[in-house]
Design a protein around this ligand. Structure first.
Ligand code: T5A
Length: 224
């Protein structure tokens, strides 16, 4: 059995980074990781993200989120995210899964459908094809969609300081991105689990913990 890919998705400020770290810690503290390791099903727990999960990706992330010299055209943006993903899948995700590692990844293919497809309005068929090229068919095993009102998420990120290039886009853009995630969750009810991210941090994590426990049990059996 190879490893598993668990992805955290959602609009800006939804708490992905916060909850990913809590999940990492819980997998260790709850004994799940030790259980999986002792049975030889999982070797390591790995944390990564898109964009920016490789050296090349870190440069692309800098360009995508902070470039100021000239506007980035929508199709160029799409291709840069795809380049980041192709490098990440072949250089990190696939090798880690082959080594039976359990991966927690901040954003993946659904972000491209939501942001470049619904948000920018680029052709969905083109995006599906590009996702297929970039991933060579690698899908997440579970995606935790942190669902919250875009205004609340943006307010959280603004409190934190200067907004990045994508956070600066207008509210309508972010509303369309949210519609994208909603449609994706409806289309893939087993792969994508909705988490109510409007609640306080600990309550959000409680939902995530329940979802993770259920899914790990489905994949590997009841933890002893
Ligand atoms: N993108 C990405 C695309 O357009 N296409 C693609 O294909 C891909 C892969 C990446 C950007 O690139 C875009 C999407 C993004 O715009 P990012 O850093 O990965 O950038 O994504 P962001 O959403 O910008 O990350 P953020 O760090 O802004 O948001 P998070 O990770 O969702 O939230 P987090 O955990 O950092 O929390 C944000 C703030 O809220 C507080 C935290 O303390 C923090 O201050 N917070 C809460 N406050 C109250 N209640 C809670 N429950 C809270 N949870 C967290």
């Amino acid at each position: 059995m190879s490893g598993r890919l668990i992805v955290f998705e959602g609009v800006e400020g939804g708490g992905k980074t916060t909850q990913l770290e809590r999940s990492r810690q819980w997998l260790i503290d709850s004994g799940w990781l030790a259980f999986l390791q002792s049975n030889g099903w999982v070797q390591q727990l790995v944390v990564t993200r898109e964009p920016g999960g490789t050296n090349l990706g870190q440069g692309l992330r800098q360009l995508l989120l902070h470039a100021t010299q000239e506007p980035i055209q929508d199709r160029a943006e799409l291709l840069l995210y795809a380049a980041d993903r192709a490098q990440h899948v072949e250089g990190v995700l696939r090798p880690q899964l082959t080594q039976k590692n359990l991966i927690l990844c901040d954003r993946y293919t659904d972000s491209t459908i939501a942001y470049q497809g619904y948000g920018r309005g680029l052709d969905q068929v083109l995006i599906e094809q590009l996702n297929q090229i970039a991933t060579n068919g690698l899908q997440s095993d579970l995606t935790l969609w942190l669902d919250l009102d875009v205004k609340i998420g943006l307010a959280r990120t603004h409190q934190r300081g200067k907004a990045d290039r994508i956070e600066q886009a207008d509210l309508n853009f972010h509303e369309r991105v949210q519609q994208g995630f909603t449609a994706l969750a409806q289309a893939h009810p087993h792969r994508i689990a909705r988490i109510n991210a409007t609640q306080p941090e600990a309550a959000v994590f409680q939902e995530i913990q329940t979802t993770l426990s259920d899914r790990l049990t489905e994949w590997y059996g009841k933890k002893e």
